[in-house]
Design a protein around this ligand. Sequence first.
Ligand SMILES: [Zn+2]
Ligand SMILES: [Zn+2]
Length: 347
Amino acid sequence: MAETMLAARMHQPGEPLRLDEVPVPSPGYGQVLVKVHACGVCGSDVHFVAGHSPVARTPITLGHEPAGVVHQAGPGVENAAPGQRVAVRPGTRCGECEPCSLGRDNICERSQVLGMHVDGGLAEFVVVPAQDVIPIPEGVSFAQAAIASDAVATPYHALIERGQLRPGETVAVFGCGGLGIHAIRLARLAGAATVVAVDVQPRALERAQRAGADIVINAGEERPSRAIRKALGGADLAVECVGHPDSIGEAARSLKRGGRAVVVGMGDQPVALPPPNAFTWSENALIGSFGSSAGTLRRILAMAASRRLDLSQSVSAVLPLRDVNSALDMLRAPDREVVRVVIEPGR
Ligand SMILES: [Zn+2]
Ligand SMILES: [Zn+2]
């Protein structure tokens, strides 16, 4: 086996990633070495490179959405064997802290995120805990499995587990990038009566319509909360995928009585919310949502395998590892056309 490999590493925030030749890591106890066949590039990677979100150390190999084939299993591994096609969860779980013991391992107190705390999957190989790999069912490609771990599992957790979406409800999705587009598809699958899409980019709204949104609202032209209340009397569930203070405030204002607003978007700016009475009288809720717990990715992959969930349009571009900086540029473009870009290191 080769002793070195290529890895897309971040040396300094604000600089392009460098393609470095580094030693192939070896799996320790309970770990597997995965040969990466595909790795999603997402908005968080753009934030890491820009220095908006800190990484634990530099240089670090980015990439938290890998999928590939188990190449080697370390000692003590029983659930994965070489040759197995696997998707990898973006973050580890300790299994022992309070959230983990309650089945909420996505908020594990000792979680380490691939490509943020430890070397990630934008490389030819990646070492991950064996408990974080999920077999890819037949009929699901590596590229689809790669993006499922974050771009699909995250909105699933937000809508179903945090937002408690029920059939017949009205759902408003704020922000129609990778997360939002899948939130729209999943809301329809879960039986939402009406799905509203909100964005400021006409192109994103067209995409939302193709994904199945019934009503689209350009937040640059009209106030979404007003439009949603006028058209539907308010939303039962609003999912905010942007992390922008205005958009979170509008999501909270768009709710009908008993409604829930779930915030998935990340940001560090303070938010102006409706007054307390809006929450008490109407029993509205504002809920945070992060990633997804371990079982969710398995479900997403099963839905993709059965074709109930169509991920065929979800991967907009596939590039080789050497073009990783172009992949980031595609995501940075203001009127971005892409939903998800995937890197295939084997190309
Ligand atoms: Zn991601
Ligand atoms: Zn834990």
